[in-house]
Structure formats: structure tokens, C-alpha cells
Design a protein around this ligand. Sequence first.
Ligand code: NI
Length: 137
Amino acid sequence: MKNIERIGVSLEKGLLCDFDKLIAEQGYQNRSEAIRDLIRRELSSEQLENPRANAIAAVCMVYDHHAAKLMQKVTDIQHTKLLQVICSTHIHLDAHDCMEIIVLKGKVGQINKTAKKILSQKGVKLGRISLISTQHA
Ligand code: NI
């Protein structure tokens, strides 16, 4: 690893003990990796407030496949946002419901706009946007 700097951090014993327990539960092998991930997560979530930051998102939606013209509308939205749509996956859940996962890449603002347009379509029962800023990945 190049461009690595070593730093010393002063912490209260109790706080360090709790931190060590937490990262052990999470499966970390050492503090350095846990602290690097914490810093990345903090920087990444801060970037999600910036509409012009680069990001990638998984848009998950559960919908009734009998909903008239829903998938046609969602496909139309994807075709007009081709630069952002990376791929989509369809899963049949039961006799009525399906799940669609659409991966979008672009600027935070554009992704949120497109994702909200998709999830607000009539027939979508549940939806979630999982957004990750790639600025510090
Ligand atoms: Ni299906």
C-alpha cells in the first residue's frame, strides 16, 4: 500500500473497549480496517447531500405484475435515462408480485430524480433507493 500515513488516536478506555467489541462482532480482523471503513462511510454519506457527487444506486421495487402498463412506463423511463441505467433484474415473488432491481449510475441529484419517478408510478407497492457515493470508494 502506498501513500499510507500512520496516525495515533487517543481514546477513553471504555470507548475503545466498546469499539473493539463492536468491530469483533462485525467480523473485522483489526482496528485499522474498521476505522478506514468508518471514515469512508462518513465521507460517502456526507457526499449524498451533494447533488453533483458521483454515485451508484440500487432501486428495488415490489409491484403487482397485473398493474396496467406499469412496466411499460418504468421501461420508458429507463430508455429515456439510458446513460444512468446500468442493468435491471426481475424476480417473480409469488402469483401476483414481482421485484425489480434497477441499478443506476450518475450524479446523486439525477439518480434521486429518476428513482423517485420510477417509485412513484401507480402499481408500485414498496420501493427503496440504496445510494452509495463512489467519491471515496
Ligand atoms: Ni414477475
